[in-house]
Ligand binder design. Structure first.
Ligand code: HEM
Ligand code: HEM
Length: 178
């Protein structure tokens, strides 16, 4: 075990885990919130909650990227140049999806309203009505982006477990809450 492993700073760690929890909730229950599934008692239909939590992910990601720019992450744990490149590529793909999923959601809102004429507006936590982005093509990719997020998440968790238990380089400690 590596006792001197360098950790991400507290703000980066907090943003990572709050975003991860929100994203996981939305990946699993987001469809239920938007479409309503009679069997689904954990996420009964609540488009406002879907949109509000989704936009929270967007805001947190923008803040996180700004924070990261001002406070760069700690140097990587020792690994091959190829592994390093793959790891960085995966992290940037995450950031792209963390932005693209909510933005494509905004773009899908217009078409959704045309199919749900009983609903005229959805609000961000009751504060203001969320406007639809007039880019229907991007809206059509919302579902695809969530599937890519699932794939990336699976790779991310497998990579973290490999580092922790096979390479034994204490990588998890870099992002752990304590
Ligand atoms: C949807 C959920 C998740 C997302 C979107 C996500 C995203 C990210 C991103 C973007 C980074 C790179 C941080 C940076 O350098 O700026 C990162 C790092 C990390 N994540 Fe996650 N993550 C998620 C879930 C998880 C889970 C479940 C685990 C635990 C197995 C985990 C463990 C880690 C670790 C250990 C690092 C540090 C990697 C390193 O030091 O190179 N993440 N995550
Ligand atoms: C963490 C962010 C989000 C996740 C993980 C997520 C996930 C999902 C999932 C899994 C679905 C069902 C699959 C589909 O029909 O596309 C869905 C549908 C939808 N989402 Fe999101 N969403 C997020 C953010 C947003 C945001 C911010 C908005 C709008 C402001 C939004 C608007 C929609 C709409 C309008 C639909 C219905 C699409 C349709 O039936 O045509 N989503 N979302």
């Amino acid at each position: 075990m590596n006792a001197n492993v360098q950790r991400y700073n507290r703000v980066a760690i907090a943003l990572h885990w709050v975003t991860a929890i929100l994203m996981l909730y939305m990946l699993v229950w987001g469809e239920g919130l938007m479409k309503g599934q009679p069997w689904n008692k954990i996420a009964p239909t609540n488009p406002g909650l879907h949109v509000s939590l989704g936009l929270t992910v967007l805001v947190l990601t923008v803040l996180r990227l700004v924070w990261r720019l001002i406070n760069p992450p700690p140097p990587d744990v020792p690994m091959s140049a190829l592994q390093q490149q793959l790891s960085h590529a995966m992290h940037w793909a995450f950031y792209a999806l963390l932005l693209l999923i909510p933005v494509s959601g905004l773009a899908g809102l217009g078409r959704w309203f045309t199919r749900h004429t009983d609903i005229t507006a959805v609000s961000f936590f009751g504060l203001f009505d969320v406007p639809a982005l007039p880019v229907p093509l991007l809206g059509g990719a919302h579902d695809l982006f969530t599937k890519l997020m699932w794939a990336l998440l699976a790779l991310h968790v497998l990579a973290a477990l490999k580092h922790q238990f096979m390479d034994k380089d204490d990588l998890m400690k870099r992002m752990s809450l304590r």
